[in-house]
Write a protein that binds this ligand. Sequence first.
Ligand code: ATP
Length: 495
Amino acid sequence: MIIGYVVGSATTQEANVLLEKKVRSGYYVTLEYDDEKVLGLVTLITTGSPLVDDNLNDIELIQRIKQMGNKIPFYMKAKVKLLCKLDGKLSQPDLPPVAGTPVRLATREELSNIFSEGTIKIGNLIGSDVEVKLRVNALTRHLAILAATGSGKSNTVAVLSSRLSEINGSVVIFDYHGEYYESDIKNLNNIEPKINPLNLTPNEFATLLEIRENAIIQYRILRRAFKSFLNEIKEKLNQSTINYEDLNNKFREYIIKKVEEVSKTEKRKDSKDEVINKIEDFLDRYSDIIDFTAGDVIEKIRIGKVNVVNLSSLDEDAIDAIVSHYLRKILTSRKENKVKRKTGLRFPVLVVIEEAHVLLSKDSNTLTKLWASRIAREGRKFGVGLIIVSQRPKGIDENILSQMTNKIILKIVEPADKKYVLETSDNLSEDIVEGLSSLDTGEAVIVGNIVRMPAIVKIDKFEGRLAGSDPNLIEEWKNAKEEVEEHSDVLNWGE
Ligand SMILES: Nc1ncnc2c1ncn2[C@@H]1O[C@H](COP(=O)(O)OP(=O)(O)OP(=O)(O)O)[C@@H](O)[C@H]1O
């Protein structure tokens, strides 16, 4: 069905179309010219009138035209981004369309050949029943899910991760707000956020204490003390002269005693004191995640599951400690498996980091950012993919965001966010980014190797229940009031 004709000047990237049928931005069209069929994407719709144009300043003239019962003539135009030739290879158009070239809505078959070739369905092209299926193997080149608050990030994560688990995928979600932990996502595997010091290397423990390797004396003291502690404990455990619960209660005392011992040969006392302060501080802040009875984090990750680490009860520093520890263990364990085959994590993992503008902030050096950067650089070779989620893209570290080859971008309104997303993406164009403000909830632009062409998609609604959604205040007040009235003899909340 012809919807209009090319007018004015055009390039191999873009053409303007005078419409005779109504369409909305996000629709796909085809143009046949130069013996080729070219796929286009409507990125902007404008209207105007040859009679009542911007120069008209006389309101009475309009009123008189309306009073004579005449309709004011108007036109609708579409800006069309030329995507590719429908030649199987989806190559770039060699020539622009000339004025008068007819423009048709792309057919279901034309669109299915491009967008329905992937492995897992994420939704449908906007305004159509053409399924959009993602090419899952491309996820090792990482993915960013970006959107303003309330636009559908969590829904997208839930749909994506549950469908990945249905094809035996292994996803680890660091659940910042506890939304997935209590949800009814299929194949859910909840993991308690614990770290067992016996599974830490001295370097890891130093990193958790934020003792950097360039703090040479402190690092040396801690490294010696922790190694000596590990050797002694492992010996006692072999002789079963100590139990794990006891360790949980006496860890602080044991490790500080070791620091005192190894520091005897050190000239500078202040370094020892600094190390003890960092240990005290660490255990004051992280005591609820240190657990000698906890197994190795890698052993808790299951294949074909959505492995959710509930971080909602922890503060930002503890979250950083846990997430960085997991990232480090996952990357090193996958490397181990690649080299030794028989040991280490035996399957690829996709790791979802929410609140990426906090944990991967461009303005701070979190422990998580250190390892997320390594995974962004090296993870592809070892089957570790990052999926970062944020409602404030401009707060994310530029190097990390620019390595997220794939993007699912829902509604973004803030100009600074849009500009930053455009600057850190080499597969997004200005006109597509401009259109982000007009997306409705659950509508997204998907770009990168996970799709063959930029896709404007209505993401499927997650069938299950996600926790963490906004509380129903009226409902909760009503229930609480009824409870007080029912038990007024024992309860006197808020009276
Ligand atoms: N694809 C969709 N189809 C229909 N409704 C959707 C879709 N995605 C999200 N919603 C609805 O929009 C609301 C917000 O969704 P969601 O919590 O996923 O957004 P969010 O960006 O994660 O929000 P926040 O930033 O607050 O976490 C929810 O009520 C959800 O049901």
